[in-house]
Design a protein around this ligand. Sequence first.
Ligand code: IPM
Ligand code: MG
Length: 358
Amino acid sequence: MKMKICVLPGDGIGVEIMAQAEKILGRITEVFGHEIEIDYGLIGGAAIDEKGSPLPTDTIEICRNRDAILLGAVGGPKWDEIDKSIRPEKGLLGIRKEFDLFANLRPAILFPELKDASLLRPDIVDKGIDLLVIRELTSGIYFGEPRGEEIRNGQRVAFNTMIYSEDEIRRVAKVAFEAARKRAYRVCSVDKANVLDVSQLWREVVIDTAKVYPDVQLNHLYVDNAAMQLVRDPSQFDVILTSNLFGDILSDEAAVITGSLGMLPSASMGQKKPDLYEPIHGSAPDIAGRDLANPLATILSVAMMFKYTFSLDKEARAVEEAVQKVLAQNFRTGDIMSPGMIRVGCNEMGELVVREIG
Ligand code: IPM
Ligand code: MG
């Protein structure tokens, strides 16, 4: 198969983790006989520095005719004081919106090898964690209008709008029900319907969408309760369906209970290509450029790309199994380190995974 990919390393550790992802791509195409065409683009702070915008138009054009985009991370203290309208994060939000990538899939799986790295009590982790957060990604409070800051009664006020249309809710709910059919047939929709009008509509539309999926069990939790249940007993969840803001928060929580933010991949998709793959963690400026980052979330994002964009299940499994083998051999980056394990850097972790493929 011929694959057309655009790599956007971004800022901070984005550059080093993406270098490892590229090694994996190279190895898989070699072993399985595929052809790959890689282009590169600027995004985030790196793009601000070079082009004056976090999402330059030529980056969008490079991505447009690709099958998939692989993105590292954006942001860092260097751009914290910058004009709000061109913050590095605008690059990420912009690319999601540009390609209408409304469904964000964030699987949180506990590798048995990493049980000791989890923050949860052993009796809780022993029940296992294997859940999939499906986060709406192109609407809600992240994009709602009106938004802004103004003077009212002599003082500054700022506001955002949490808004969803029926269609926006329905299309992401469908993705969740379809995903549940490939898993354990359970969807938990998370909202704040006891307080928010937008959540009441969310719940009504999800219930209505569920009618054509009678084989999938649906329940609802308020977001505060869901956050609590995630640490109390994560094994109760299969697919969690939620809005943009709640999904942002819950997916970090789901990630860290599995051991580290550095382990979790994500896929963002719309109705058509390109799809976008990125680790769920940020640019970690504190450790950037020091070969300390964990590249596994990005490497596992490459596995998701094989599976979802190219339907190459064997290739996806080869990557996932290679990661598992390296963990079973006790190699760990700093973030997942525990006593008795062998500490390696970002680059060596990438090499180790490559060695286990094929
Ligand atoms: C994420 C990140 C982004 C988000 C930031 C960097 C804009 O936290 O992908 O979860 O809030 O969506
Ligand atoms: Mg986040």
